[in-house]
Design a protein around this ligand. Structure first.
Ligand code: LLP
Length: 426
């Protein structure tokens, strides 16, 4: 439901604002975030998962304004570091609505989560179970926890972002009995209250079969826990991971489709085993934050390479979007500051960093009359671009500009050289 539209003059507007004005006022590169789109996606998820809980995964992108939006839209929040927790708390997020994740939470992070009173901590190792119990006990609190289990699903996505196959760092394996053992240990500790099981199989997934297998296996462990301990755990969390369309070749599932299927599977599998259906939660990040943001760049040098392609350099690059270099991610790009009838020209959009892997869009068609100073936009950069941005080559990270109903405001400001120099205290 993006508000971006192209006028008769070829100029793109978003929330009624001309991208040329946005570039003049805020500079480029900039992430332009369509607030209406973001909020609509929050509502979509909440409505699709009626009777369940939606935790927005803050790792996709997090800042204070966004924390307020998700809270207003009735979503909860998943954080995985003290840094994300700090942003959430400073924006006034109710700690009871925060889930804390991570495979290597530090003692300091666990302390801070306990001090804040986060609603749930998803435990990921035996070491963490004992440490968290010790810290909670010392405060005289009983912390609600979920156990992250590795369900052994091969999600069809890039190796670095698939998380439920056996040979990786997250969770307790279901197959070798570690998950059942984690449940046993937690049940023996008064300071921890086991409220459920958690599974996250990966990210940018289009095939819902992986989620369905995961749901069945998680319910399988619920049944095993009931049989062994005589308790019915009240919750399961099936994580995030729903893919979005980066190019026209991508065909993502809708939240309502996946919700219907998961809620149905959990209900039926539980009924078959004589269990009351647990409360379900999910943790979408990319599917909420991704589609409604684009990166606005200004075209710099243009280098046609005879018989190959034209290299179009922009004023950003791998520091504001590492996903192309890191995951071979595919993006599209479009001229947004004017119209052009020129023939399409095979282009590679590259950044200004000192290496040839600095590619933003590997293959794209841009008009052959493209010129320095033109503005181009790369859509769907709301997830894992600003949040994974770096200062490589001492570039400053771009701002995030929220646009809504004809108004634009900076919600994360552009870094300055002074910000960077301030860190250098040698
Ligand atoms: N829950 C847990 C426990 C997670 O680890 C993740 C993502 C999510 C939820 C949200 O997944 P999403 O709905 O956004 O797919 N940097 C990579 C993605 C890493 C995802 C890590 N965990 C990328 O740029 O593709």
């Amino acid at each position: 439901p993006t508000t971006a539209a192209r006028g008769a003059d070829g100029v793109v507007t978003v929330a009624g604002l001309d991208v040329r004005d946005l570039a003049r006022e805020f500079g480029t590169p900039a992430y332009i975030l369509d607030e209406a789109d973001f909020r609509a996606r929050c509502r979509d998820w909440r409505e699709a998962f009626e009777g369940a809980d939606v935790f927005y995964a803050g790792k996709a992108f997090l800042c204070r304004a966004l924390v307020r939006w998700i809270a207003e839209e009735g979503l909860n929040l998943d954080v995985c570091t003290a840094g994300e927790l700090a942003i959430a708390l400073s924006a006034g997020m109710d700690p009871a609505r925060i889930a804390f994740h991570g495979n290597n939470k530090s003692t300091d992070e666990l302390d801070r989560a306990l001090d804040a009173g986060v609603g749930r901590i998803v435990v990921d190792s035996f070491e963490e179970i004992s440490r968290l119990a010790f810290l909670a006990d010392r405060r005289g609190v009983r912390q609600k926890v979920l156990v992250r289990i590795t369900v052994g699903v091969e999600a069809h996505t890039h190796e670095f972002i698939a998380t439920a196959h056996e040979d990786q760092k997250f969770g307790f394996s279901l197959a070798d009995g570690q998950a059942a053992e984690a449940v046993r240990r937690i049940r023996k500790l008064d300071a921890l209250e086991l409220i459920g099981l958690h599974s996250h199989i990966g990210s940018q997934i289009f095939d819902t079969a992986g989620f369905e297998v995961a749901a069945r296996r998680v319910v399988g462990l619920l049944v095993a826990v009931r049989d062994e301990h005589g308790v019915e755990l009240p919750e399961i969390d099936l994580g995030g991971g729903l893919g979005i369309a980066y190019t026209s070749a991508d065909d993502p599932q809708q939240p309502a489709t996946i919700a219907a299927s998961l809620l149905d599977i959990v209900r039926r599998e539980c009924a078959a085993a004589g269990l009351a259906a647990p409360r379900l939660s999910v943790e979408p990040g990319r599917a909420i934050a991704g589609p409604g943001t684009f990166t606005l760049y200004e075209v710099g040098t243009i280098k046609p390479l005879e018989g190959l392609r034209t290299y179009v350099s922009v004023d950003g690059g791998m520091s504001d979007n590492i996903r192309t270099a890191l995951y071979d991610a595919e993006y599209t790009v479009t001229l947004v500051s004017r119209t052009s009838d020129a023939a399409p020209m095979l282009s590679r959009v590259v950044g200004r960093h000192c290496e040839s892997g600095d590619i933003v869009v590997r293959d794209a068609y841009l008009p052959a009359d493209l010129a320095p100073g033109d503005l181009i936009a790369v859509p769907a950069t709301g997830a894992y671009c600003r949040s994974m941005a770096s200062n490589y080559n001492h570039v400053t990270r771009p701002p995030v500009i929220a646009v809504h109903d004809g108004e634009a405001r900076v919600i994360v400001r552009r870094e300055t050289e002074a910000d960077l120099l301030a860190l250098d205290v040698g």
